[in-house]
Design a protein around this ligand. Structure first.
Ligand SMILES: CSC[C@H]1O[C@@H](n2cnc3c(O)ncnc32)[C@H](O)[C@@H]1O
Ligand SMILES: [Zn+2]
Length: 659
């Protein structure tokens, strides 16, 4: 007779081992942090004795659930911005708020709230990726949970690192500090292909290989991501990542929604784990991951909740049910992802996807004692059939609720007993969480009041420092002007450009907000070929500065920002009341006229048909200089064969709005 610390008896034991052994009435013997034995109750009690024996009262005793992908501190951002597309949600709301609020205190609180929620719903292990991961790891350890914690790396500044070099150094220190911990497996987490450079991806993979730790990332989440990848690099996401040596590491790839057969095989051959996130993919309308096929091929696919700001909870029972239903409805095959396979994904296969299958995920001697008790007797889960051995899995996947979990043991320690959490004080955590919500609300209310602050929030907006003297004239034809530019000896052409310009103006009910112009410039060669495309965003203030003689005017104040997102993104983000589209051909000349630099634009509209225009512009820096240049602008207009008295004050947007 061997002595152990704890024996759980009188349970319906689902081991989720290779043979899917079940025992009823079954028992599990626990010694320290590990499972000593699993079997029929009579056999276990014959071989083992313990000072502590717990009668499970016919509940299901099974491995704790593995949440294969999440961002735990985002419990504090739950419900902040919903019903948005991924890019608007992420770049327009999450990241600006994260830049402002995410701190060690924020992530610790958010993590503890997440641990409380996950323990209550039977999760014993999760894979996280966020900022200040060292604080997340400490909070997780104090809650007694197991986790693969990924320190984020990105190409732009993050709340915990000014540069990618800093975040990589953070990741290295983090891995060194935690690599031998009993509960925490450290990892490096390059966020996604679109937020990392090839250099970052290569460096992250090398780091993961050097310390033999997992690499956690988001891959092929949306169709847009794949389309951009194909446009920019000519290949889909998985081959691109392979080219960056990512799969040299033990990869945990979240999402993998838009991948083809070849990419699935790459994931298989590189032993990458995939984290399927059904509710996040459904809510953000990202698509349906080819889970049925991945499982058929033998890829290790786990199930994740994703962050609670995109889901909006950490309920793995809901995810399991949705994973199964989605596979069925998308394949038209009700036998797809049956209950037992789904539970496998949320337990042993999930642990294998996280590259910790040797530690957890099933009830087997030698593995850590990570297990839960689920009451399958409530009204919503009755009656219980025993004819088919699969019935019990169906009870767990299709009818059980998170709230049916009564007890949770992680690493041999009780973290919830009879629905009472033993490591966390939920009331205090909730109070502190609501205080953050109040501050974040004020921040966003303030930001949403002005188009300018919304522009600044998404980064990179700069105020144009110098003002411009500018004049615009309607011309009957562009040819005489083009001839004058070439032939007038007073006009020395320094540079010529030809653009096809597509402008979208976003207008708001409140005119004091000004308007946002999204401009796409296609550079055209003499032979009509497009050699480059450039997009820019300009916020033009409403108030005009100093009109000069003959309507030559100092331009309005402008803020410029690189348009790193699509036009669709900006429309969804700024929510203009009206949009006006303009398409024109522009010949743009940088010229020297009477020792002064001017830009001459000769514009010919294609849509709407506004006709042709001449624009003369010069940068200026003082009122006196502007006065001088206003005179010169008049001279230049005359030199081009036009008349200064024809100068018009309207902008193109005003003309187009009236047309
Ligand atoms: C670097 S990890 C944290 C980073 O990721 C953001 N995030 C949360 N959920 C998703 C998702 O589904 N796709 C892409 N990025 C996501 C989160 O807001 C953090 O900024
Ligand atoms: Zn995610």
């Amino acid at each position: 007779m061997k002595t152990v610390d704890l024996i759980l008896t009188n349970a319906v034991v689902l081991t989720m081992d290779e043979e899917f052994h079940t025992f009823e009435p079954g028992a599990v013997a626990v010694s320290g942090n590990s499972i000593a034995a699993v079997g029929m109750e009579a056999d276990i009690l014959k071989d083992y004795s313990a000072s502590k024996k717990i009668d499970c009262n016919h509940k299901v005793l099974m491995p704790g659930l593995v949440n294969a992908h999440t961002h735990v501190p985002m419990t504090l951002l739950r419900g902040l911005a919903d019903d948005l597309r991924l890019d608007v949600w992420l770049m327009g709301y999450m990241m600006p708020v994260e830049r402002e609020f995410v701190s060690p205190d924020f992530v610790q609180l958010g993590t503890k709230l997440a641990c409380a929620e996950m323990i209550r719903s039977g999760v014993t292990t999760f894979a996280d990726m966020y900022y200040f991961e060292d604080d997340i790891a400490r909070a997780t350890q104090s809650a007694g949970m197991r986790a693969v914690c990924g320190q984020s790396v990105m190409k732009f500044p993050t709340p915990d690192a000014k540069s990618f070099e800093d975040s990589l150094a953070l990741a290295r220190d983090f891995i060194i500090r935690w690599k031998d911990n009993d509960l925490i497996v450290p990892a490096v987490a390059p966020h996604a292909p679109y937020t990392c450079t090839p250099e970052i991806l290569n460096a992250s993979a090398s780091l993961a290989v050097e310390f033999d730790v997992p690499l956690h990332t988001h891959l092929a989440e949306t169709a847009g991501e794949v389309e951009n990848m194909r446009n920019e690099h000519g290949i889909p996401v998985i081959p691109y990542m392979k080219k960056q040596n990512l799969f040299e590491a033990k990869v945990i790839a979240a999402h993998c929604v838009h991948i083809d057969e070849g990419e699935m095989r790459t994931l298989l051959h590189t032993n990458a784990g995939v984290a399927h996130n059904p509710s996040s993919n459904m809510k953000l309308a990202s698509g349906i991951a080819p889970v049925k096929r991945l499982i058929e091929l033998g890829v290790k696919v786990g199930i994740g909740t994703d962050g609670p700001a995109s889901n909006n909870d950490l309920d793995m029972f809901e995810e399991m049910r949705l994973a199964s239903f989605l596979a069925k409805v998308s394949s038209g095959d009700p036998t797809a992802l049956p209950a037992r396979t789904t539970l496998l994904m949320a337990t042993r296969l999930g642990a294998e996807a996280l590259h910790i299958g040797n530690i957890t995920g099933s009830l087997e001697p030698g593995k850590r004692a990570d297990m839960i008790l689920v009451d399958v007797s409530p009204t919503h889960n009755s009656p219980r059939f025993k004819r088919d051995p699969h019935n019990v899995y169906a009870q767990i996947i299709y009818a059980a609720k998170a709230n049916d979990v009564t007890d949770v043991i992680i690493n041999g320690q009780w973290v919830m007993q009879n629905r009472v959490l033993t490591t966390l004080n939920e009331a205090d955590l909730l109070t502190a969480g609501n205080e953050y919500a109040r501050k974040i609300d004020s921040f966003l209310i303030q930001r949403e009041q002005s188009v300018l602050s919304k522009l600044i929030a998404i980064g990179g907006a700069t105020e144009e420092e110098s003002f411009e003297v500018q004049a615009k004239i309607a011309i009957p034809s562009v040819d005489p002007i083009l001839t004058a530019i070439k032939t007038n000896p007073e006009i020395k052409v320094v540079r010529t450009r030809h653009y096809h310009q597509f402008d979208t103006y976003m207008k708001f009910d409140d005119p004091s907000q000004g308007y946002v112009r999204y401009r796409e410039d296609h550079s055209i060669t003499d032979t009509g070929e497009i050699t480059g495309v450039r997009s820019r965003l300009t916020l033009v203030g409403q108030t005009r500065e100093h009109p000069f003689r003959e309507d030559v005017l100092l331009s309005r104040s402008r803020f410029l920002a690189p348009a790193t997102q699509s036009l669709r993104f900006y429309k969804e983000y700024f929510k203009p009341q009206k949009t006006v589209e303009i398409e024109k051909n522009r010949m743009r000349y940088l010229v020297n006229f009477k020792d002064t630099e001017f830009f001459i634009n000769v514009d010919n509209f294609t849509e709407p048909n506004l006709g042709s225009f001449l624009e003369v512009k010069s940068r200026t820096w003082s009122k006196q200089d502007a006065e001088k240049k206003a005179h010169l602008a008049e001279d230049l207009i005359k030199a081009l064969g036009a008349s200064p008295s024809d100068v018009i004050a309207s902008d193109y947007i005003e003309m187009a709005s009236k047309s």
